[in-house]
Design a protein around this ligand. Structure first.
Ligand code: NAD
Ligand code: IPM
Ligand code: MN
Length: 370
């Protein structure tokens, strides 16, 4: 099987380059053993780009991302750049890519792999077999709403403003993604907002209800306030199949859900845009974790969320479902063999660093698919 799909790799800052390096080895393995070839370009984003080029992402890199069949993103940010203004921070790289490429649907699957059932801080009986998909809206809401800013009032006090805003079509398009996914899963969507206190939340609920009635009556739809949803995710997470929610609530709920799986270092994501008239769909893949400044440079970060993000890339953008499955199975087998990075350590397992974990995945790939 061959492929000449183009891939833009953006490692970023902190542990980003450390975990992306392990994906590089998986890519080399695919090249050697399965003759799957990609045209790969690598470039700078985030603090690394600020240091070299003065901005978190250049228009050239945005253009490369637009032209690529898929983008593999590491993570950006760190204390070195924390005092910069909002328009110039490293985080603008990922926010800019989402906005510029129209990547409105951020898919964050929280799946509990069997070997990690007791690595979660929650009881094994609560998380065993968990498989939920959080669909987070990612180009709207309070992240991008106007007005925004910090102003100084006449009395000398300062005032910070952000605006939560959603339009009908923004809600509908992410809702469709959630309903379509549900049809291939357990056929259940839970839509989460705060319609009890926010007009934008009320509109969200109305639009989801209408969309469901009009286009997806076969799917079960429930609504849940986001605060309750956070509680229910910890109380009984298996009640959920697909959760669809706003940009900000999705950010919070997905970090929360990551701990059901054992660690933030386990949760991958895909961020998808709309399919164009030629059948192309812009897409970016990244772990949901950040640059983890507290452990960066130590070689101990868990590379599995990044590797699993690459598996999602193969499945969603490159139509290589077999290879994606092979990687996912290899990850499960490594964990079953008892190798663990520090974040998923438990009694009776062996602690390894980032590159040994990567190597172990390659070994399982050899066994399964060599
Ligand atoms: P973080 O996700 O970087 O880290 C939170 C905690 O989880 C830390 O203790 C960290 O060590 C741990 N952790 C994260 N990933 C891990 C991994 N793969 N293996 C083991 N442990 C891991 O969040 P933060 O500390 O709040 O933010 C740090 C920086 O990252 C900030 O600048 C933030 O803006 C940025 N950030 C970027 C992205 C992104 O690029 N997509 C996402 C989230 C945060
Ligand atoms: C994420 C991150 C980003 C977000 C930051 C880095 C802008 O937390 O991808 O979850 O808030 O969306
Ligand atoms: Mn986040």
């Amino acid at each position: 099987m061959a492929s000449n799909k183009s891939l833009l790799v953006l490692p970023g800052d902190g542990i980003g380059p450390e975990v992306v390096r392990e994906v590089g080895r998986v890519i080399d393995w695919l090249d050697r053993r399965r003759a799957v070839r990609f045209d790969i370009t690598e470039d700078l984003v985030g603090g690394a780009s600020i240091d070299a080029r003065g901005v978190a992402i250049t228009p050239e890199v945005i253009a490369k991302a637009r032209a690529a069949d898929a983008v593999l993103f590491g993570s950006v940010g760190g204390p070195k750049w924390d005092n910069l203004g909002f328009d110039t921070r490293p985080e603008q790289a990922i926010l800019g890519l989402r906005k510029e490429l129209g990547l409105f649907a951020n898919l964050r699957p929280a799946t509990v792999l069997d070997p990690l059932v007791s690595a979660s801080t929650l009881k094994p009986d609560v998380v065993r077999g968990l498989d939920i998909m959080i669909v987070r809206e990612s180009t709207g809401g309070i992240y991008f709403g106007e007005p925004r800013g910090i102003e100084t009032l006449a009395n000398g006090e300062r005032r910070g403003v952000n605006t939560e805003v959603y339009t009908t079509h923004e809600i509908e398009r992410v809702g469709r993604v959630a309903f379509e996914l549900a049809r291939k899963r357990q056929n259940k969507v839970c839509s989460s907002e705060k319609a009890n206190v926010m007009e934008s939340g009320l509109l969200w609920r109305q639009v989801m209800t209408e969309l469901h009635k009009r286009e997806y009556p076969d799917v079960e739809l429930t609504h849940m306030y986001a605060d309750n949803c956070a509680m229910q995710l910890v109380r009984n997470p298996r009640q959920f199949d697909v959760i669809v929610t706003t940009n900000l609530f999705g950010d919070l709920l997905s970090d929360l859900a990551s701990m059901l799986t054992g660690s933030l270092g386990m949760l991958p994501s895909a961020t998808l845009g709309a399919t164009d008239e030629f059948g192309r769909r812009p897409a970016l893949y990244e772990p949901i974790h950040g640059s983890a400044p507290d452990i960066a440079g130590k070689g101990i970060a868990n590379p599995l969320a990044q590797i699993l993000s690459f598996a999602m890339l193969l499945r969603y953008s490159f139509d290589l479902a077999d290879e994606a499955l092979l990687i996912e199975q290899s990850v499960t087998r490594v964990l079953a063999s008892g190798l663990r990075t520090a974040d998923i350590m438990e009694a009776g397992t062996a602690r390894v660093g980032t590159s040994v974990m990567g190597e172990a995945v390659l070994r399982e790939l050899d066994k399964l698919g060599g």
